[in-house]
Ligand binder design. Structure first.
Ligand code: DP6
Length: 329
């Protein structure tokens, strides 16, 4: 039996400043609007893919445990897409771990599918452009397209598979802002987000949110490029609020906020009025991402830790691109 061809890749999760919510094309995961994000340094998914010549079944080991459930099915479907699009034959063994715990307030699908894409493509002996990798990662999870390039990233909507990719518009060192993540302690089971993209259009507000997205994106990008925190804060909070307004008015409605979420949002607005450079953004969960100037991060972290209802606080700066790693190093 011939040796399998293996490769290992690492990718960071990302936090969106202008959100992706809803698809123009569900099959291709072409988003309803373009989005902007920052990769999160220090947090990563590391994935090894080995392709075997024999037509065996694929397998997945996730954080040290064999997985045959929902995560495996999602990976299996994605591997089928890669086999089809890249003419890869054979079966894959995928071994993946996150260096951040589940429930740390960070979704892992972006870093997982970005690392999986880079590792699977490289293990198959293929060399693809960053664009092509980003477009492929998008098929696994939309936000994964943004975890392929470095730093501050824009994901274009596109009309075709090839056109819908993400690209870096500023390197990680461009602006010293950090994401201080306040994890809301919760006994409640979190609301499932998977169907959210599909139900976005059931909200009367989605069309308005999508129509205004290009303008918000332009403002946000220009604020990042000129390091204008005031302009950045206003548009980031507005965009997050708009997405949650859509979520809350969808059928069935999706309410991700818990009482501490609202309390922290209120505090953040006060801290900003008192002179701290800080604003909030929320994804499909109750945790609050407080984006702040690096100089203010310690103060924000301490203030968040002192609030009741917050179980953990994590800090991440701007991270780099998805990379191949030599596991023998
Ligand atoms: C609220 O990329 O996780 O975090 O394509 O179904 O995997 P799938 O969705 P995903 O959606 C991200 C939604 C969001 C906003 C964002 O990151 O832009």
């Amino acid at each position: 039996m011939s040796e399998p061809h293996s490769a290992t890749a690492r990718a960071h999760p990302n936090i969106a400043f202008i959100k992706y919510w809803g698809n123009a094309n569900d099959n291709l995961r072409l988003p309803a609007n373009a989005s902007l994000s920052m990769n999160l340094e220090g947090l990563y998914t590391q994935t090894t893919v080995s392709w075997f010549d024999r037509p065996d079944a694929d397998s997945l080991i996730l954080n040290g445990q064999p997985d045959t459930g929902a995560a495996f099915r999602r990976v299996f479907n994605f591997l089928n897409l890669l086999r089809e699009r890249l003419n890869i034959t054979g079966s894959a063994r995928v071994e993946s771990f996150n260096n951040f715990p589940m429930g740390a307030g960070i979704a892992s699908s972006a870093s997982s599918f970005a690392a999986l894409t880079l590792a699977a493509v490289s293990a198959a002996g293929l060399q693809l452009s960053e664009r092509a990798l980003s477009a492929l990662a998008r098929l696994g999870s939309g936000s994964a397209s943004r975890s392929i390039p470095a730093g501050f990233v824009e994901w274009f909507t596109g009309q075709t598979h090839e056109e819908s990719f993400a690209e870096s518009f500023a390197p990680p060192g461009h602006w010293d802002i950090v994401d201080v993540i306040a994890v809301v302690s919760s006994e409640h089971k979190s609301v499932i987000s998977q169907e959210g993209h599909h139900s976005a259009n059931t909200s009367d507000l989605q069309a308005a949110r999508v129509a205004g997205a290009p303008e918000r994106l332009a403002i946000c990008k220009s604020a990042i490029l000129s390091r204008d925190f005031e302009q950045f804060a206003e548009v980031v909070e507005r965009d997050s609020n708009l997405m949650h307004a859509v979520m809350m008015t969808s059928r069935p409605p999706l309410f991700y906020w818990l009482p501490p979420t609202l309390m922290v949002m209120e505090q953040v607005r006060r801290w900003r009025a008192d002179g701290l450079k800080v604003c909030y953004t929320l994804d499909a969960g109750p945790n609050i991402h407080c984006i702040c100037a690096k100089d203010d991060a310690d103060q924000v972290r301490q203030a968040l830790s002192a609030l009741s209802g917050i179980s953990e606080v994590r800090v991440a700066g701007a991270g780099g691109a998805a990379v191949l790693v030599d596991v023998n190093d």
